[in-house]
Design a protein around this ligand. Structure first.
Ligand SMILES: Cc1cc2nc3c(=O)[nH]c(=O)nc-3n(C[C@H](O)[C@H](O)[C@H](O)COP(=O)(O)O)c2cc1C
Length: 390
């Protein structure tokens, strides 16, 4: 991955990250780019993929390579899903809609976050393909139920239930930038706010036409026009630290489709996910290094989790996937599919829908090359033999 992006033709996720950095107000870029505490796990996630060694094989007929796969009865062009990212619609005008359209054009699932800016009804109105929805369980179960009912109404097939946010890990870049701080003195608030009008491309695109503070899925709980500090207070008051495996019964009772538990990093928890509610899938995830800093990178945890529950539930993984070669490494390490977070939000922030489309096109090309040169032609043939063991 290059560290010196060409701005005429961004190619890698580092290129898009740099374009996003230039375009976004500092508070927003750091919210997106940063992780918890010293950001050790954030870096390790990426490094684990960089360090995994593919095993080159030659003289295999690779004239026909099929990157497609199927999950929960849904055909998809690659084993890749766009992960739920809160506040994405603050990075670009109606960013969740733009990304969902890009995902649809590439025949991949898009996952909308509970704390997305665009409401699920807006995604539905702009796309035909099924999109997934991610839920955080709120203390107000009545409200949570109404959100699930709306998701059903919008035709969402798969519920992603996030389990690694019982408490919110401290992301130090945010307070440093005055982001989501309720009691910031007025002069600091003004200073922090000054960066917004100075980023004119962002200002005209998002602030003047994008309704960036509308929190569409929280309609009725958090009114439009609430600031980020009020948003953070709502999160702190509503996120439920009492949630246990037993609480999942409530989710099962209120959702009849497949449930994917996101935020599993330990084989014991993977077993519990299967035995408690028979999770249809799990996402091996540390929330992109935004929760407990110092935990293991996801690619390292994956093979042990595969050994523990493989065959009993679908295993997805996220954290550090930055190109199509990484997707092959994820599948070779035991995943049925990978999810990308920052790798879709940097391009949507930088270039909107066409940025995400360009990235997804590249992912597919990269996957094909990685498959061809590891000597496999179908996703089901990608296994640990595609990697050099250390
Ligand atoms: C800015 C940001 C916001 C996120 N918001 C959510 C969210 O609302 N719900 C959720 O389950 N995960 C959320 N995540 C975690 C992602 O779904 C995913 O696990 C993570 O981004 C994967 O790491 P990657 O960015 O290295 O691909 C967020 C991640 C980022 C970077």
């Amino acid at each position: 991955m290059t560290d010196s992006p060409s701005f005429l033709a961004p190619v890698t996720i580092s290129d898009y990250r740099e374009l996003a950095r230039r375009r976004l107000p500092r508070q927003l870029f750091d919210y997106l780019d940063g992780g918890a505490y010293d950001e050790l796990t954030l870096k390790e996630n990426v490094k684990a993929f960089r360090n995994a060694r593919l095993r080159q094989r030659v003289m295999v007929d690779v004239s026909k390579i099929d990157t497609s796969t199927e999950l929960f009865g849904q055909k998809m062009a690659m084993p890749l899903i766009l992960a739920p990212v809160g506040l994405a619609g603050m990075m670009r005008k109606r960013a969740e809609v733009q990304a969902a359209k890009a995902a649809e054009a590439h025949n991949l699932p898009f996952t909308l976050s509970t704390v997305g800016i665009c409401p699920m009804e807006e995604i539905r109105a702009h796309t035909k393909a099924p999109f997934w929805f991610q839920l955080y369980l709120m203390k107000d179960r009545g409200f949570a139920k109404s959100v699930l009912d709306r998701a059903k109404e919008a035709g969402v097939p798969v519920l992603v239930f996030t389990v690694d946010l019982a408490v919110v890990g401290a992301r130090y870049r945010d307070p440093r930038n005055g982001m989501m701080v309720a009691d910031l003195p007025l002069h600091k608030k003004l200073w922090a706010g000054l960066q917004y009008p100075l980023h004119t491309r962002w200002l005209f695109d998002v602030a003047l036409g994008g309704r960036p503070l509308s929190f569409g899925n929280l309609k009725g709980a958090l009114d439009g026009g609430a600031g980020l500090a009020e948003f953070r207070q709502w999160i702190d008051s509503q996120f439920d630290p009492t949630v246990t495996w037993r609480s999942l019964e409530w989710v099962r009772q209120n959702w009849s489709g497949p449930i994917v538990l996101k935020g599993i990093l330990d084989p014991e928890d993977a077993r519990a996910a299967v035995s408690s509610i028979g999770a249809d899938g799990i996402v091996v995830s540390n929330h992109g290094g935004r929760q407990l800093d110092g935990v293991e990178p996801t690619l390292h945890a994956l093979p042990r989790i595969r050994d523990a529950v493989g065959g009993r539930t679908k295993i997805l993984v996220d954290g550090g996937i930055r190109n199509g070669l990484d997707v092959v490494k994820a599948v070779a390490s035991g995943a049925d599919a990978g999810l990308i977070g920052r790798a879709w939000v940097f391009p949507v922030a930088a270039r909107g829908q066409k940025g995400v489309e360009a990235v997804l096109t590249n992912f597919k090309k990269e996957m094909k090359v990685a498959m061809a040169l590891t000597g496999v032609t179908r996703v089901s043939d990608i296994d640990r033999g595609c990697l050099l063991s250390k």
